[in-house]
Design a protein around this ligand. Structure first.
Ligand code: EPZ
Length: 426
């Protein structure tokens, strides 16, 4: 397994481009199953989770061509299988996103139950309940969700909890249903809006994406489309936190400043000077130590849970005490014990992490446990004195495109060590 070796102490300076958003590209790739015309996607990030999704769609018979850059062409053709097998779904729970499109387009889907993951149980009851409300016969047996429907019927769906992929699955299913669907208590994340824009480019009739009420009028077919995936707001936020923690000055380009209000406000509260352009955000910490901030994660437009680990790392070295409340997932503080190994003074009490900022962290061998926890550990390594070795960074590779290369351009002292201990050739 690859590792990252980081020698802390360098302030980050310079500009870095945001890649396409993983959490928009994944549902959009699943949505290509609905198309009966050619689809071309650009700004698709080169990530492990994208590769897994391409494998999954390819296994079902879809024909996808990924070029050497950020473009993926999909040639729609009748699938040879509507099964999402366990061995793929267990590596990426977002595979559940093929459920809605398969039932809507092919009337059937056998999708392995994703099971839990490091950050929580992550049930999919809302996805299943919504499809049942739209007339699908859904059974769960042998670890698989088996869904069948002549044709889905539009329905009024009131989501018991705000669920991002639950909203996305049901919105995709509703595009080809008979009649109208109203999703209430819908997720408002920008990635839900990006998916809706792609579906509309294919001919879907959707209103209200980005609000908590999404109205979909079913159509008979969806054609092809060319679409550019939105930039990754969590990657953007991660680099900005790195600049704040190291006292540097970083501009993230080709990003969406309008998707990060809650995060930018917390960075301002931490003492950062932030400038915003049409497609860029610049953070200047002017060499200062950040102030601790209180964080309360919640559905968009509130503070995103996917930025929580990064702010635990910031609070670890900030001035003062910051209380981090994680309200979305029940086990999303796995980065804390690793940060404690580096000298952080953080105490977890249920869904709260109380962070007493220390003047500095000390490098230590640490282990990544999940995608965003690994990002938090990288940020901590950037400021720790000495060499931090982060193991199991395949977690990081799931959601960050060439993170170490981008950090190198910003002046970080970081290198990837290939699994067998060799330093890979550049
Ligand atoms: C999406 O996961 C993101 N993944 C996650 O990003 C993100 O953390 C999460 O939304 C919250 O913003 C993708 O978009 C691929 P949820 P999702 O359904 O959709 C409960 C990352 O790091 N729930 O919004 O799986 C659930 O347990 C990943 O990029 C049910 O109880 O999250 C959680 O407590 C991690 N039943 C809450 O709702 C359901 O049927 C929100 O989960 C569905 C969800």
């Amino acid at each position: 397994m690859d590792k990252l070796l980081i020698t802390g102490g360098n302030a980050l300076h310079g500009a870095v481009r945001a890649s396409g958003a993983k959490n928009a590209a994944l549902p959009i790739l699943a949505a290509t199953l609905l198309a009966d015309g050619p689809v071309t996607l650009t700004n698709v990030p080169r990530l492990r989770d994208i590769t897994t999704t391409l494998d999954l769609l390819g296994r079902m018979g879809a024909r996808l061509i990924q070029d050497a850059g950020d473009r993926i062409s999909v040639e729609p053709r009748a699938l040879t299988s509507c099964v999402a097998p366990y061995e793929l779904v267990k590596t990426m729970r977002a595979s559940i996103l093929v459920l809605g499109p398969l039932v809507a387009r092919y009337g059937q889907a056998d999708v392995s139950l994703p099971g839990g993951c490091a950050i929580g149980a992550r049930p999919v009851n809302l996805h299943i309940d919504g499809l049942r409300a739209m007339g699908a016969e859904v059974t769960v047996e042998g670890g698989y969700i088996r869904a069948r429907a002549e044709r889905l019927q539009g329905a009024r769906l009131v989501m018991e909890m705000v669920s991002v992929t639950g909203t996305e699955n049901l919105m995709m299913a509703a595009t080809l249903a008979q009649g109208e669907t109203l999703i209430e208590n819908a997720a408002r994340e920008p990635e839900v809006v990006d998916l809706a824009e792609f579906l509309k480019a294919m001919g879907a009739r959707i209103e209200g994406a980005g609000t908590d009420q999404i109205h979909i009028r079913g159509v008979e077919r969806l054609g092809g489309a060319d679409y550019r995936v939105m930039p990754d707001r969590i990657e953007t936020g991660t680099f900005l936190v790195g600049a704040a923690m190291t006292g540097g000055r970083v501009r993230v380009t080709e990003t969406r400043p309008d998707c990060l209000d809650a995060v930018l406000q917390k960075l301002r509260d931490a003492g950062a000077r932030i400038e915003i352009g049409p497609d860029w955000i610049e953070l200047d910490m002017q060499g200062r130590r950040p102030r601790a901030v209180d964080i309360h994660t919640a559905p968009h437009p509130a503070f995103p849970t996917d930025m929580q680990a990064q702010f635990c790392a910031l609070n670890a070295i900030a001035e003062g005490v910051g209380v981090v409340a994680e309200t979305i997932f029940e086990n999303r503080f796995m980065h804390v014990p690793e940060l404690q190994r580096m000298g952080a003074d953080i105490r977890v009490e249920g869904s709260l992490a109380v962070c007493h900022g220390v003047a500095g962290l000390t490098a230590a061998p640490v282990m990544a446990t999940d995608l965003r926890a690994s990002a938090g550990l990288v940020l901590a390594g950037l400021v720790a004195s000495g060499e931090t070795l982060i193991d199991r960074i395949y977690h990081l590779d799931r959601g960050y495109e060439t993170m170490e290369a981008k950090l190198l351009t910003l002046g970080a002292n970081i290198q990837r060590i290939a699994g067998e201990g060799r330093i890979p050739s550049p």
